[in-house]
Design a protein around this ligand. Sequence first.
Ligand code: NCD
Ligand code: ZN
Length: 345
Amino acid sequence: MPETLTLTRPDDWHLHLRDGPALATSVRATAEVFGRAIVMPNLGPPVTTVEQALAYRGRILEALPDGSDFEPLMTLYLTDRTSREEVQRAAACEHVLAFKYYPAGATTNSESGVTGLENVYSVLEVMEEKGLPLLVHGEVTDPAVDVFDREKAFIDRMLSGLVERFSSLRLVFEHITTADAVQFVMGAREGVAATLTPQHLLMNRNDLFVGGLQPHNYCLPVLKRGAHQEALRRAATGGNPRFFLGTDSAPHARGAKESACGCAGCFSSPAALPLYAQCFEELQALDRLEAFASHFGPDFYGIDRNTSTLTLRRETWMVSDELEFHSGEKIVPYWAGRQLSWQVA
Ligand code: NCD
Ligand code: ZN
């Protein structure tokens, strides 16, 4: 059994960094390990223009520790009112890599999301033409659909049609949670990929309820049953370049999670790479971790892989019970108080 594992420095292809005083804690946790990250635009108010994205990028760079060469890759939040001109500006800006599609009301700060796909057809044409990827939160918001079925319903009602109608649009199905999504991505035309989070690889919906309600395991899309988790684990470790790392790390203060109406989101950044390593080791696929974490993402986005490396060493350690967040608030990281067998050296 190897004692160390040296990889090309990985990138995180789906990350929430927040803004204001929360930014420093969240970006530091990521920048210690990852070379780059796709930064989600769901601030309140959302990042909808290139100008706002560049200003946000500036605040992220300012919050970085001295000497860090971490690079934030910006995204714009697609709304019913996004103009074709804004898409053109985004395509021309080297710091903006993609648009994020949230169905209105699907998750944290998604009130400004798209209310009907037809409303954005005209801007999707420009994205397709410019090769600018669309990153999709794939859940329907129809209250009649069971929460556990919303991803599958999204594939059937929206995604299949979208992928066919815009037949060369590059699309990432973000944080997939079901065997249905795995199957869809595997069978889809070229230019369709998916990200996988640590929590969906390491847990299933029992982890929300067993031993009492577990708010720190609650995220959206919500954890699904074990059979889905198995399909995701096989997809992540199977060596298929369509599946790559995206933590969806989404920090919320302890009080906002442990509340009568708890926020969705797992703060996985502090242990992200060891969490993925745990899953890959369990499936005897550690030799495939590097491609998943460091190669397939940049290849999909058409940018260079990182040239530096990072080493993991086999060492059992425990994720902190709690960390400082900001303004006196604490945050409970994902996997708090539990062990992992790989540690970033
Ligand atoms: C994210 C957040 O808090 O911004 N929460 C989550 O559970 N993943 C939003 C999102 O990506 O859905
Ligand atoms: Zn997210």
